[in-house]
Design a binder for this molecule. Structure first.
Ligand SMILES: [Zn+2]
Ligand SMILES: [Zn+2]
Length: 204
């Protein structure tokens, strides 16, 4: 954490003991691992982080699965430069820490640097992640497809509704026209009857 920023400025700057502390276990940075987010933690903590916290940086939660897989395979997890400097600056503390680590009987071994896990395991995890991402992408696409389908259906329904309404209006107009004609016809009938009535009256 603080360490990395300081070190970036000068790789030869003096390391205080505080600089060499793992932010997770607050012990000496034993075989430090510097993550792509620039957070540094000791390898034992990294091992626990990888195994127990879903391959995220324990400080900022950035995912480091691909990075970890790559460096585990190439055996380049340890920040060698920093580790050399820590060992040079605090050799006794390093030995003590390493000895303590062995006493604790953790799965961790000091030499050679431990593997993260079997390549197959990482690969499986990686593939599981890929599969998960792919499934999520498909679900998202399916959702978008459904949404656009629903939208199209809605548009079609609205169009259909408009068409029906237009048809209804047309029928109403026709009906009105028919009624008008009928009225006109009956009016002229009445008129004709009236005229013929008048005619008969005149002749009688
Ligand atoms: Zn630690
Ligand atoms: Zn981080």
């Amino acid at each position: 954490m603080y360490l990395v920023a300081k070190m970036a400025k000068s790789s030869e700057a003096h390391l205080s003991l505080e600089d060499c502390m793992c932010p997770i276990c607050c012990e000496l940075l034993l075989e430090p691992v510097t993550l792509p987010c620039n957070h540094t933690l000791c390898n034992p903590c990294f091992q626990l982080t990888v195994e127990k916290a879903n391959l995220c940086c324990p400080l900022c939660r950035q995912r480091v699965s691909t990075w970890a897989r790559y460096h585990a395979r190439n055996n380049t997890l340890i920040d060698r430069k920093l580790w050399d400097r820590v060992q040079k600056a605090y050799p006794e503390e390093c030995q003590r820490r390493a000895a303590g680590q062995e006493e604790e009987k953790t799965v961790y071994t000091f030499h050679p640097p431990p593997k993260l896990s079997e390549p197959g395991e990482l690969r499986e995890e990686y593939e599981a992640q890929l599969n998960k991402a792919e499934a999520e992408r498909q679900a998202r696409e399916e959702e978008e497809r459904k949404a656009s389908e629903e939208y199209i259906q809605k548009l079609l329904a609205e169009e259909e509704e408009e068409r029906e309404l237009a048809e209804l209006r047309r029928k109403e107009r026709e009906e009105q026209f028919r009624l008008d004609e009928e009225l006109a016809r009956s009016l002229s009938d009445i008129e004709r009857n009236h005229l013929s009535y008048l005619a008969t009256k005149n002749f009688s």
